[in-house]
Design a protein around this ligand. Structure first.
Ligand code: KIV
Length: 272
């Protein structure tokens, strides 16, 4: 296929080649308008299963279905021209076997037009990662705090402290050897993120894992300040959209009630 038929933009391979270079900029995205804005500035957009908590009000990511992921991934695809588009495989759609993972990941790839999938888990997912990669599906791995395992981890706490450190390092090495093109490392101490980033030859993408990583990712609604009561230590709020939205809606409600909206400039006359 000639390059004029399909401009490849940023590929999984080009993300892998950014190891050790200028930090890789990643954000989650769930809708077309936000994808259009983020696409201009990001190397990678992730349709995270965090969509369940962020947009659907679910208590965890466990209730997110393949259909929800596909619907949001199609919307994000429409707004994404240059960034690499990665879609999270939701809980229960890939863990049973490499074959189950391939059946569902290939459906996600073909129905949404995304460029890669993300799966949670370290050593236990290594065989699945190589199975997918050998069959043409680029995989972003996710280790450290893996929110789909909240019930076995016992919460959303920091991972990899003390003796646990070696386990997370083994996870990182296993998914890198299996062929993941990059690794999300969530909520681990800076010293551990530094060691992993030095040890593996693919980029590490940190969330709560310090600037030692080869790139960073945040949940877009968190960094835009859409939640006034959810402020984890690792999130920097670059805007206060919750406060701005509240003020705008309060203003609108008042103007509707006192009939100052709609004003003269918002109404239609009899003549064209
Ligand atoms: O679901 C998600 O948004 C994620 C990122 C936080 C890495 O997995």
């Amino acid at each position: 296929m000639s390059s004029s038929v399909k401009d490849m933009g940023i590929t999984a391979n080009s993300v892998r080649e950014k190891k050790g270079g200028v930090p890789i900029v990643c954000l989650t995205a769930y809708t077309t308008p936000m994808a259009e804005i983020a696409d201009e500035y990001c190397d990678l957009l992730l349709v995270g299963d965090s969509v369940g908590m962020v947009l659907h009000g679910l208590p965890s990511t466990l209730g997110v279905s393949l259909e929800i992921m596909i619907m949001h991934a199609k919307a994000v695809r429409r707004g994404t021209k240059r960034a690499l588009l990665v879609v999270d495989m939701p809980f229960g759609t890939y863990e049973a076997s490499p074959q189950q993972a391939f059946t569902n990941a290939s459906r996600v790839m073909s129905e949404t037009g995304c460029d890669a999938v993300k799966i949670e888990g370290g050593r236990r997912m290594a065989d699945t990662i190589s199975f997918l990669v050998e069959r043409g599906i680029p995989v972003m791995a996710h280790i450290g705090l893996t929110p789909q395992s909240v019930n076995t981890l016992g919460g959303y706490g920091v991972q990899g402290r003390g003796e646990q450190q070696e386990t997370v390092i083994e996870d990182a090495q296993a998914v890198a050897t299996a062929g993941a093109f990059c690794i999300v490392i969530e909520k681990v101490p800076q010293t551990l993120a530094t060691r992993i980033t030095e040890l593996v030859d693919v980029p590490t993408i940190g969330i709560g894992a310090s600037s030692a990583c080869d790139g960073q990712i945040l949940v877009i609604d968190d960094m835009l300040g859409m939640f006034s009561s959810f402020k984890p230590k690792f999130v920097k709020q670059y805007a206060s959209l919750a406060a701005t939205s509240r003020a705008a809606i309060e203003n609108y409600a008042e103007e509707v009630r006192n009939r100052s909206f709609p004003g003269a400039i918002h109404v239609f006359g009899d003549l064209a």
